[in-house]
Design a protein around this ligand. Structure first.
Ligand code: CP
Ligand code: NVA
Length: 315
Protein backbone atom coordinates (compact mmCIF):
# COMPACT_ATOMS: atom_id res chain seq x y z
CA UNK A 1 0.00 0.00 0.00
CA UNK A 2 1.39 3.39 -0.85
CA UNK A 3 0.23 5.37 2.11
CA UNK A 4 0.91 6.01 5.78
CA UNK A 5 -1.93 3.92 7.15
CA UNK A 6 -2.40 5.69 10.49
CA UNK A 7 -3.03 9.05 8.77
CA UNK A 8 -6.14 7.86 6.95
CA UNK A 9 -9.02 10.27 7.58
CA UNK A 10 -6.99 12.59 9.82
CA UNK A 11 -6.52 16.36 9.78
CA UNK A 12 -3.13 17.94 9.08
CA UNK A 13 -3.23 21.41 10.57
CA UNK A 14 0.12 21.46 12.33
CA UNK A 15 3.32 19.45 12.05
CA UNK A 16 2.53 18.64 15.68
CA UNK A 17 -0.46 16.59 14.47
CA UNK A 18 2.08 13.98 13.36
CA UNK A 19 4.11 11.60 15.49
CA UNK A 20 7.80 11.28 14.72
CA UNK A 21 7.17 7.93 13.04
CA UNK A 22 4.38 9.36 10.91
CA UNK A 23 6.56 12.28 9.83
CA UNK A 24 9.37 9.91 8.90
CA UNK A 25 6.96 7.62 7.05
CA UNK A 26 5.49 10.57 5.11
CA UNK A 27 8.96 11.62 4.02
CA UNK A 28 9.83 8.06 3.00
CA UNK A 29 6.58 7.91 1.01
CA UNK A 30 7.41 11.26 -0.64
CA UNK A 31 10.73 9.80 -1.84
CA UNK A 32 8.81 6.78 -3.12
CA UNK A 33 6.41 9.10 -5.02
CA UNK A 34 9.38 10.95 -6.51
CA UNK A 35 11.05 7.71 -7.56
CA UNK A 36 7.84 6.42 -9.15
CA UNK A 37 7.43 9.75 -10.96
CA UNK A 38 10.93 9.60 -12.42
CA UNK A 39 10.50 5.95 -13.35
CA UNK A 40 7.48 6.87 -15.44
CA UNK A 41 4.70 6.18 -12.92
CA UNK A 42 3.24 9.62 -12.71
CA UNK A 43 -0.34 8.48 -12.27
CA UNK A 44 -1.70 6.30 -9.50
CA UNK A 45 -5.39 5.51 -9.35
CA UNK A 46 -5.75 5.77 -5.62
CA UNK A 47 -8.09 8.74 -5.28
CA UNK A 48 -10.57 7.45 -7.84
CA UNK A 49 -13.95 9.09 -7.33
CA UNK A 50 -12.66 11.41 -4.59
CA UNK A 51 -13.00 15.18 -4.61
CA UNK A 52 -10.89 17.65 -2.67
CA UNK A 53 -11.98 21.27 -2.09
CA UNK A 54 -9.17 23.82 -1.97
CA UNK A 55 -10.24 27.03 -0.26
CA UNK A 56 -7.82 29.93 -0.72
CA UNK A 57 -8.20 33.24 1.13
CA UNK A 58 -4.72 34.31 -0.06
CA UNK A 59 -2.58 34.13 -3.18
CA UNK A 60 -0.63 31.01 -4.09
CA UNK A 61 1.44 29.59 -6.91
CA UNK A 62 3.26 26.51 -5.58
CA UNK A 63 0.70 25.29 -3.07
CA UNK A 64 -2.30 25.64 -5.32
CA UNK A 65 -0.66 24.12 -8.39
CA UNK A 66 1.20 21.30 -6.61
CA UNK A 67 -1.94 20.28 -4.72
CA UNK A 68 -4.21 20.33 -7.76
CA UNK A 69 -1.67 18.42 -9.84
CA UNK A 70 -1.12 15.95 -6.98
CA UNK A 71 -4.85 15.19 -6.74
CA UNK A 72 -5.04 14.82 -10.52
CA UNK A 73 -2.04 12.47 -10.64
CA UNK A 74 -3.60 10.34 -7.91
CA UNK A 75 -6.78 10.01 -9.95
CA UNK A 76 -8.98 12.37 -7.96
CA UNK A 77 -10.72 15.62 -8.66
CA UNK A 78 -9.96 18.99 -7.08
CA UNK A 79 -12.05 22.14 -6.84
CA UNK A 80 -10.24 25.45 -6.48
CA UNK A 81 -12.44 27.76 -4.44
CA UNK A 82 -11.35 31.34 -4.04
CA UNK A 83 -12.71 32.50 -0.69
CA UNK A 84 -13.61 35.76 -2.41
CA UNK A 85 -16.07 33.91 -4.63
CA UNK A 86 -17.61 31.79 -1.91
CA UNK A 87 -20.49 32.99 0.26
CA UNK A 88 -17.82 33.14 3.00
CA UNK A 89 -16.86 36.53 1.61
CA UNK A 90 -20.46 37.68 2.07
CA UNK A 91 -20.51 36.63 5.69
CA UNK A 92 -21.54 32.95 5.66
CA UNK A 93 -19.94 31.46 8.77
CA UNK A 94 -17.04 29.02 8.44
CA UNK A 95 -18.94 26.47 10.50
CA UNK A 96 -21.79 26.51 7.97
CA UNK A 97 -19.39 26.24 5.04
CA UNK A 98 -17.74 23.25 6.74
CA UNK A 99 -21.01 21.40 7.26
CA UNK A 100 -22.07 21.96 3.67
CA UNK A 101 -18.76 21.04 2.04
CA UNK A 102 -18.47 17.77 3.98
CA UNK A 103 -21.62 16.63 2.21
CA UNK A 104 -20.06 17.10 -1.24
CA UNK A 105 -16.33 16.45 -0.96
CA UNK A 106 -13.90 14.04 0.69
CA UNK A 107 -11.39 16.52 2.06
CA UNK A 108 -10.85 20.25 2.54
CA UNK A 109 -7.56 22.03 2.05
CA UNK A 110 -7.52 25.66 3.18
CA UNK A 111 -5.15 28.63 3.07
CA UNK A 112 -6.39 31.16 5.60
CA UNK A 113 -5.53 34.42 7.31
CA UNK A 114 -6.37 33.15 10.77
CA UNK A 115 -5.29 29.75 12.06
CA UNK A 116 -8.56 29.67 14.04
CA UNK A 117 -10.45 29.30 10.76
CA UNK A 118 -8.75 25.93 10.20
CA UNK A 119 -9.61 24.79 13.70
CA UNK A 120 -13.24 25.75 13.09
CA UNK A 121 -13.35 24.00 9.71
CA UNK A 122 -11.98 20.86 11.35
CA UNK A 123 -14.35 21.09 14.30
CA UNK A 124 -17.47 21.39 12.15
CA UNK A 125 -16.68 18.92 9.38
CA UNK A 126 -16.24 15.18 9.61
CA UNK A 127 -13.84 15.08 6.68
CA UNK A 128 -10.06 15.70 6.84
CA UNK A 129 -8.88 19.32 6.89
CA UNK A 130 -5.38 20.13 5.63
CA UNK A 131 -3.58 23.41 6.31
CA UNK A 132 -2.29 25.02 3.12
CA UNK A 133 -0.80 27.93 5.16
CA UNK A 134 -2.14 30.03 7.98
CA UNK A 135 -0.67 32.91 9.95
CA UNK A 136 0.83 30.33 12.33
CA UNK A 137 1.98 27.32 10.30
CA UNK A 138 2.74 25.94 6.85
CA UNK A 139 3.06 22.18 7.43
CA UNK A 140 2.97 21.16 3.75
CA UNK A 141 5.97 23.42 3.15
CA UNK A 142 7.87 21.88 6.07
CA UNK A 143 7.38 18.38 4.63
CA UNK A 144 9.00 19.46 1.35
CA UNK A 145 11.71 21.28 3.31
CA UNK A 146 12.82 18.30 5.36
CA UNK A 147 12.54 16.04 2.31
CA UNK A 148 14.87 18.38 0.42
CA UNK A 149 17.35 18.57 3.28
CA UNK A 150 17.46 14.78 3.55
CA UNK A 151 17.70 14.39 -0.24
CA UNK A 152 20.68 16.73 -0.50
CA UNK A 153 22.35 16.32 2.88
CA UNK A 154 21.36 12.79 4.02
CA UNK A 155 21.40 12.60 7.83
CA UNK A 156 19.47 15.60 9.13
CA UNK A 157 20.59 14.92 12.70
CA UNK A 158 24.15 15.87 11.87
CA UNK A 159 23.30 19.25 10.39
CA UNK A 160 23.24 22.84 11.48
CA UNK A 161 20.15 24.44 9.95
CA UNK A 162 19.85 28.21 10.28
CA UNK A 163 16.75 30.29 9.58
CA UNK A 164 17.14 34.08 9.19
CA UNK A 165 14.50 36.78 9.47
CA UNK A 166 11.07 36.75 11.09
CA UNK A 167 11.14 34.13 13.86
CA UNK A 168 7.32 34.24 14.11
CA UNK A 169 6.99 33.28 10.46
CA UNK A 170 4.58 30.45 9.60
CA UNK A 171 7.23 28.63 7.52
CA UNK A 172 9.82 28.98 10.32
CA UNK A 173 7.34 27.60 12.87
CA UNK A 174 6.58 24.44 10.89
CA UNK A 175 10.24 23.96 9.97
CA UNK A 176 11.26 24.24 13.64
CA UNK A 177 8.76 21.59 14.64
CA UNK A 178 9.73 19.21 11.82
CA UNK A 179 13.49 19.58 12.29
CA UNK A 180 13.39 19.12 16.07
CA UNK A 181 11.01 16.18 15.74
CA UNK A 182 13.58 14.49 13.51
CA UNK A 183 16.51 15.23 15.84
CA UNK A 184 18.08 18.12 13.93
CA UNK A 185 19.53 21.39 15.17
CA UNK A 186 17.91 24.63 14.12
CA UNK A 187 19.06 28.17 14.82
CA UNK A 188 16.45 30.89 14.48
CA UNK A 189 18.28 34.14 13.89
CA UNK A 190 15.86 36.95 14.54
CA UNK A 191 15.73 40.32 16.32
CA UNK A 192 14.01 41.03 19.60
CA UNK A 193 10.26 41.30 19.10
CA UNK A 194 10.23 38.60 16.38
CA UNK A 195 10.72 35.49 18.50
CA UNK A 196 8.71 32.40 17.59
CA UNK A 197 5.27 31.86 19.09
CA UNK A 198 5.78 30.69 22.70
CA UNK A 199 3.68 27.56 22.41
CA UNK A 200 5.41 26.46 19.22
CA UNK A 201 8.84 27.14 20.66
CA UNK A 202 7.92 25.19 23.79
CA UNK A 203 6.78 22.28 21.64
CA UNK A 204 9.95 22.40 19.54
CA UNK A 205 12.09 22.35 22.70
CA UNK A 206 10.16 19.29 23.93
CA UNK A 207 10.73 17.55 20.60
CA UNK A 208 14.40 18.47 20.67
CA UNK A 209 14.77 17.10 24.20
CA UNK A 210 13.20 13.81 23.11
CA UNK A 211 15.04 13.48 19.82
CA UNK A 212 18.50 14.79 20.69
CA UNK A 213 17.99 17.86 18.51
CA UNK A 214 18.30 21.52 19.43
CA UNK A 215 16.51 24.79 18.85
CA UNK A 216 18.30 28.05 19.55
CA UNK A 217 17.22 31.66 19.20
CA UNK A 218 20.24 33.71 18.15
CA UNK A 219 20.28 37.48 17.70
CA UNK A 220 23.64 37.57 15.90
CA UNK A 221 23.20 36.36 12.29
CA UNK A 222 26.91 35.60 11.95
CA UNK A 223 26.81 33.24 14.90
CA UNK A 224 23.87 31.44 13.28
CA UNK A 225 25.53 31.28 9.84
CA UNK A 226 28.89 29.98 11.09
CA UNK A 227 29.47 26.46 9.73
CA UNK A 228 25.82 26.11 8.79
CA UNK A 229 24.83 23.30 6.41
CA UNK A 230 21.49 24.87 5.53
CA UNK A 231 20.72 28.57 5.25
CA UNK A 232 16.98 29.25 5.09
CA UNK A 233 15.00 32.44 4.80
CA UNK A 234 11.46 33.59 4.06
CA UNK A 235 9.90 36.92 3.17
CA UNK A 236 10.00 39.70 5.76
CA UNK A 237 6.42 40.73 5.02
CA UNK A 238 4.06 37.78 4.95
CA UNK A 239 0.62 37.87 3.36
CA UNK A 240 -1.64 39.83 5.68
CA UNK A 241 1.22 41.91 7.17
CA UNK A 242 1.41 44.49 4.39
CA UNK A 243 0.61 47.39 6.70
CA UNK A 244 3.75 46.64 8.79
CA UNK A 245 5.97 46.65 5.72
CA UNK A 246 8.24 49.60 6.53
CA UNK A 247 8.85 48.61 10.12
CA UNK A 248 9.57 44.99 9.24
CA UNK A 249 12.06 45.93 6.53
CA UNK A 250 13.83 48.22 8.97
CA UNK A 251 13.87 45.65 11.80
CA UNK A 252 14.92 42.65 9.71
CA UNK A 253 17.50 44.26 7.42
CA UNK A 254 20.43 42.89 9.45
CA UNK A 255 19.18 39.35 8.75
CA UNK A 256 19.43 39.52 4.95
CA UNK A 257 20.99 36.41 3.39
CA UNK A 258 23.74 37.87 1.20
CA UNK A 259 27.27 37.01 0.06
CA UNK A 260 28.76 38.28 3.30
CA UNK A 261 26.50 36.15 5.50
CA UNK A 262 26.93 32.95 3.46
CA UNK A 263 30.72 33.32 3.60
CA UNK A 264 30.44 32.03 7.20
CA UNK A 265 28.55 28.88 6.20
CA UNK A 266 30.14 25.57 5.17
CA UNK A 267 31.35 25.71 1.57
CA UNK A 268 28.81 23.05 0.55
CA UNK A 269 25.85 24.64 2.36
CA UNK A 270 22.48 24.72 0.66
CA UNK A 271 20.32 27.82 0.40
CA UNK A 272 16.59 27.30 0.92
CA UNK A 273 13.54 29.51 0.56
CA UNK A 274 9.88 28.46 0.44
CA UNK A 275 9.32 31.12 -2.30
CA UNK A 276 8.13 33.56 -3.48
CA UNK A 277 11.42 35.38 -2.86
CA UNK A 278 11.91 39.12 -2.68
CA UNK A 279 15.36 39.71 -4.12
CA UNK A 280 17.11 42.60 -2.43
CA UNK A 281 15.07 42.11 0.75
CA UNK A 282 15.51 38.81 2.63
CA UNK A 283 17.90 37.39 0.00
CA UNK A 284 20.16 38.81 -2.68
CA UNK A 285 20.03 37.75 -6.34
CA UNK A 286 23.55 36.22 -6.27
CA UNK A 287 22.65 33.88 -3.39
CA UNK A 288 19.33 32.61 -4.75
CA UNK A 289 20.88 32.10 -8.20
CA UNK A 290 24.09 30.49 -6.83
CA UNK A 291 25.11 26.87 -7.22
CA UNK A 292 24.29 26.36 -3.54
CA UNK A 293 20.65 27.28 -4.09
CA UNK A 294 18.25 24.36 -3.60
CA UNK A 295 15.07 26.35 -4.11
CA UNK A 296 13.92 24.66 -7.33
CA UNK A 297 14.37 21.15 -5.93
CA UNK A 298 12.56 22.33 -2.80
CA UNK A 299 9.68 23.70 -4.89
CA UNK A 300 9.50 20.47 -6.91
CA UNK A 301 9.32 18.44 -3.73
CA UNK A 302 6.06 20.19 -2.87
CA UNK A 303 4.44 17.96 -5.51
CA UNK A 304 5.90 14.68 -4.24
CA UNK A 305 5.11 15.47 -0.60
CA UNK A 306 1.57 16.58 -1.54
CA UNK A 307 1.02 13.21 -3.22
CA UNK A 308 2.24 11.43 -0.08
CA UNK A 309 -0.13 13.49 2.07
CA UNK A 310 -3.21 12.94 -0.09
CA UNK A 311 -2.47 9.25 -0.61
CA UNK A 312 -2.22 8.81 3.16
CA UNK A 313 -5.08 10.97 4.36
CA UNK A 314 -7.64 10.47 1.59
CA UNK A 315 -7.02 7.15 -0.17
N1 CP B 1 5.79 28.21 -0.78
C1 CP B 1 4.49 28.47 -1.02
O1 CP B 1 3.59 28.10 -0.27
O2 CP B 1 4.27 29.16 -2.17
P1 CP B 1 2.86 29.71 -2.69
O3 CP B 1 2.49 30.88 -1.79
O4 CP B 1 3.13 30.13 -4.09
O5 CP B 1 1.85 28.63 -2.58
N1 NVA C 1 5.52 33.58 5.17
C1 NVA C 1 5.00 33.68 3.84
C2 NVA C 1 5.04 32.35 3.16
C3 NVA C 1 4.55 32.31 1.75
C4 NVA C 1 4.58 30.93 1.17
C5 NVA C 1 3.59 34.24 3.87
O1 NVA C 1 2.82 33.81 4.76
O2 NVA C 1 3.24 35.08 3.05
Amino acid sequence: MIRVESLCGRDLISIADLTRNELKALIDLSFKMKELYYNGTKFLNILNGKTVALIFEKHSTRTRVSLQVAVHQLGGNSLYLSAQELQLARGEPIKDTARVLERYVDGIVARVYSHKSLIELAEYSRIPVINALSDVEHPLQALADVMTIIELKKDLRKLKIAFFGDGRDNVAHSLMLAVTMLGGTIYISTPQGYDPDREILKRAIEYANESGGQVLIVRDPIEAAKNADVIYTDVWVSMGQENEREKRIRDLRKYQVNSDLISYAKSNFIFMHCLPAHRGEEVTEDVIESKNSAVWIQAENRLHTAKAVFASILA
